[in-house]
Unconditional design. Structure first.
Length: 614
């Protein structure tokens, strides 16, 4: 059975099918646009077509041109769209000119390789260019500059040079350098404007300003010639003055160090001349008047300590850099740069002006470090004899008062049961500790400045204590220039212990820790291995002893435990009943009070740890 066409029926054909497909595509595009307008609906990911690998913004004459087989893209920084596009195009051209490209292929190669010089947003814009839209390299660069016009630098004008002026304290060489750097960035700089702007930017009282005002120059070359002549004269004069007055500037600098020594160290550098100078000034009520009417010959000169080390000062500075915060580095030189010799450099100051071996501040710092026990392995034979003699004098020499405590770099705070008075539980210990805060403490008694060599304890020694008590003797001492709190005095301990947490807070160089472990045995026979040993200075009321500590890594309410080695070396007599340590010195009998509040807090923390373990 065959179908016959009915009169008036339209027979489908190619044109009708094409029209239907176009209408379907149009409606589909309109539907996608409507979907994208719905809030919260993500835009559909565009699918790549089968021929997308051949997409190119260039016409076929460029896109189908084959690159030379031996072409290597030159190495250059890729452009991201944040800098001036003109600078990138200029750099790209110069790099491509160095590549071996035949003349008839040069434009096509420059067009096709341009995308390799882009990255980020710039490359994304390049790949989004319409197909077959670029027919030359000139059109490509014009399109590129238009896309990134917002990143172009504003063209500088000659009048911008008027904003450059010589700063306060700035030497002529630095001003000329800044002016030239700005001038070369002006494409078409007016010479008359540049000359006038250079002169107006100079300081009004400078010799070069007077010279250019009296004898104007017609070219910028003449102006710079006069400027460089003046620079040479100023630098030669500064070098001459620096050599002639090096001792004067050194004296002034160290007088400032002396006047401000209490800010840097609690114990001044050991130079009696400086103390005499200061005392004479203070006693007469005179104010310091350096540089105001006092002749140079009458200014007091500070004598630096003798350098007694066997290594060169430059090598010593390298060793000091490895010592960390033990070193107190000097401040910047106060003398103006033009008053310092640029040919002489000091590694200790990190600036020019004098040689490292002539640096007075370095010699004072070395003397202080030697006094603390550092750098003694570098002492010469003369230095060893000198410091051995000084140590003997400190042990036997008569003085009126003990030395000041060492500088305090930092304070080490700290984060044992069964007493019927202090309590056997954590709650009882907590109530016992609170008594220190709530009770009324009697005022401290006065002590005479001198006492007999006989060490005695009186009933009045415990008049300001909270009684009754079974508190341990806990004190604070300077260990390695750190005020270390919560130190337990334990005459039942045969060693001195420093806990690793406190050692880390002191920021002591780990290289000083001797990795010689020791097995410690506790009361019930438990054993604990130490991390090693370290020797640190311990200051107590004028007596500075170098004590060997065993470093222990475990939790403890204390920072350190001082046992019989320290007690016996100090010849101290501790009394937990009086919460006091007394020991004889050449200045009389000295004492260190215990800290009852700290002792009870440590006791409380020890019981709290036990409770948590249970």
């Amino acid at each position: 059975m065959s179908l016959q066409s009915t009169p008036g029926m339209v027979k489908p054909g190619p044109d009708l099918n094409l029209s239907a497909n176009l209408d379907f595509s149009r409606r589909f595009a309109e539907m996608e646009a409507l979907i994208q307008r719905i809030p919260g609906v993500p835009a559909p990911i565009k699918k790549s077509t089968a021929n997308s690998f051949a997409d190119s913004p260039f016409v076929d004459a460029i896109a189908l041109m084959e690159m030379p087989k031996k072409f290597n893209f030159p190495n250059m920084k890729q452009y991201e769209g944040t800098t001036d596009p003109d600078d990138h195009i200029a750099q790209y051209k110069q790099r491509m000119f160095t590549a071996a490209i035949p003349r008839d292929l040069r434009e096509a190669c420059m067009c096709k390789a341009f995308g390799s010089s882009l990255s980020g947003p710039a490359l994304q814009r390049y790949t989004n260019l319409p197909n077959n839209s670029i027919d030359s390299f000139a059109q490509l660069t014009d399109t590129f500059v238009e896309q990134f016009a917002s990143s172009r630098k504003l063209e500088k004008l000659s009048d911008d040079l008027y904003t450059i002026t010589q700063r306060t304290g700035e030497n002529l060489r630095a001003y000329v350098g800044r002016f030239n750097r700005e001038k070369v960035q002006i494409p078409y700089c007016n010479q008359a404007t540049a000359i006038y702007a250079f002169r107006k930017g100079l300081r009004f009282d400078s010799d070069l300003y007077k010279e250019l005002t009296k004898y104007p120059c017609r070219t910028m070359e003449d102006v710079l010639a006069k400027a460089w002549a003046q620079i040479k004269w100023e630098e030669d004069e500064a070098n001459f003055v620096g050599r002639a007055n090096s001792s004067y500037y050194g004296g002034r600098r160290n007088e400032r160090i002396d006047r401000k020594s209490n800010d840097r160290r609690s114990e001044p550098y050991p130079t009696s001349d400086r103390r005499n100078i200061r005392s004479r000034r203070e006693g007469s009520g005179e104010r310091s008047t350096y540089g105001r009417g006092i002749p140079r010959t009458s200014r007091p000169k500070v004598e630096a300590p003798e350098y007694l080390l066997s290594i060169e000062p430059v090598d010593l500075v390298a060793v000091m850099r490895e010592m960390g915060k033990t070193i107190k580095w000097p401040r910047k030189m106060n003398a103006l740069p033009e008053h310092r010799d640029p040919k002489l450099r000091c590694e200790f100051h990190g600036d020019h002006g004098h040689r490292t071996e002539d640096c007075i501040a370095l010699k004072f710092e070395v003397a202080e470090l030697l006094k603390q026990g550092h750098l003694r392995e570098f002492l010469t034979d003369k230095g060893k004899q000198t410091y051995a003699r000084r140590d003997d004098q400190r042990q036997t020499g008569p003085v009126d008062s003990p030395p000041d405590p060492p500088r305090q770099d930092r304070v080490i705070n700290c984060i044992s049961g069964g007493s019927e008075v202090s309590g056997v539980s954590y709650s009882a210990a907590k109530r016992h500790t609170r008594q220190v805060s709530n009770a009324e403490i009697q005022p401290n008694r006065e002590h005479p400045s001198k006492v007999d060599e006989t060490v005695t304890f009186r009933s009045t020694d415990k008049s300001d204590l909270f009684s009754p008590h079974h508190d341990a003797l806990v004190i604070s001492l300077h260990i390695a220039n750190c005020l270390t709190k919560r130190i337990l005095i334990d005459n039942g301990s045969s060693c001195n212990i420093l806990f690793n947490s406190a050692l880390r807070e002191m920021q002591v160089d780990e290289s000083k820790l001797s990795r010689r472990t020791t097995m410690l045995t506790g009361f019930s026979g438990e054993q604990k291995s130490t991390l090693g040993e370290i020797v640190l200075p311990v200051y107590a009321e004028g007596v500075n002893l170098y004590i060997n500590f065993l470093v222990l890594d475990c939790q403890s309410p204390y920072n350190a435990i001082l046992g019989r080695p320290w007690i016996h070396e100090l010849k101290a007599i501790p009394s937990t009943y009086h919460q006091l340590i007394k020991f004889p010195t050449k200045w009389g009998v000295k004492e260190i009070k215990g800290e009852q509040r700290a002792a009870r807090e440590c006791y409380q923390n020890a019981l709290k740890k036990k409770k948590q373990e249970l």
